[in-house]
Design a protein around this ligand. Sequence first.
Ligand code: NAP
Length: 369
Amino acid sequence: MNNKQKDIVIGMFGFGVVGEGLYKILQQTPSLNARIKKSCIKHPGKKRNAPEELFTTDKDVLLNDKEINVIVEVIDDSTAAFEIVSTALKNGKAVVSASKKMVAEHLAELLELQKETGQPFLCEAAACASIPVIRNLEEYYDNDLLHSIRAVVNGSTNFILTKMFDDKISFQDALILAQQLGFAESDPSLDVEGYDAVNKWVILLNHAYGIVETIDHVLFSGIQNIQLSDAMVAKEKGFDIKLVAQAKTLLNGKVAAYVLPEFVRLDDQLAFVKNEFNGVVIESGFADRQFFYGKGAGSLATGSAVMSDVSALRYGYKYEYKKRYHHTPKELTSEFYVRVYISFDDIKKFRKKILNGLKSGMQDWKEAT
Ligand SMILES: NC(=O)c1ccc[n+]([C@@H]2O[C@H](COP(=O)([O-])OP(=O)(O)OC[C@H]3O[C@@H](n4cnc5c(N)ncnc54)[C@H](OP(=O)(O)O)[C@@H]3O)[C@@H](O)[C@H]2O)c1
């Protein structure tokens, strides 16, 4: 897409929570001069809030249409999504995506594809939905001055934790409520076990520090083992529990990054982040601490980030990946300390686990020395 092109003709893959959100937003923003020409979906029989002629199940109808200059990819299948996105880029189309799993799984390949094709690939909605964190990390924070980022990046787990701890409803009921409201992924284990959060963190590590890694190299856990008794302990000591993603520049210049449930002080900005909201605290030299806050999931909130990317394409915006290509990218390290709180139901089982862990650790150590 060239800079002078003003009209945006979209081919949109997916018409679920996000796709329908974008469709509604575009109907209310005629000044954008953007229209969805066709939407490719998977199940043609579904009832949808849009004219039937908008839909097709044939991806090539969109990918080979010369008039379509922007592909919006908002589907929930990362393998199909990567195929769609790579074909679109190779076919000379700009791409906007919200699929964090796809981006995190194919980060290195996506960077190469953008280099090869020169086409923009924007994915603001894939990180913290409505919060413009990617573009801020890309454009505003210099690599050497960025000390740390701490964030609540998963709206569904934050919603579940808030409902469990503030409204005292069970984990299962809170999860069902999150799904009914469109905050949870189609596969809830992606949220609950921390995969969604670490996928987003892998994306942000790239825009923040130029680090291109897979989730296998980032320590992470979800909220699947948190119980109400843990919340009681936290409250008693003046803390809340949040699933926090962190990245911090260490004294040796390397970056420690992880996603773990954390005791957060009640006066910490992240304790203010409730329900499906996300929050990002960035610490940098001279500017000190900044806090971004907004909806991290939902139809219109996520659709608005997609729309903002579509709008940015009108003036030729693309990520320059400055931290990777114009600075010396930071190195990720797995050598850092964390303080751990352990809770258990059965002391005997727990002791046995610890002893077994120590024995196998000793064995590994003996074998290694
Ligand atoms: N929901 C959120 O708040 C949110 C926030 C940020 C990012 N995201 C990301 O945005 C993406 C979409 O999420 P969603 O919540 O909108 O999902 P969703 O409601 O489950 O909708 C998925 C859509 O993808 C379509 N689809 C699936 N496979 C397809 C294929 N191979 N070809 C064409 N269409 C296909 C489905 O078609 P049918 O309608 O025919 O089944 C459906 O319309 C996901 O990657 C998600 O991680 C979501």
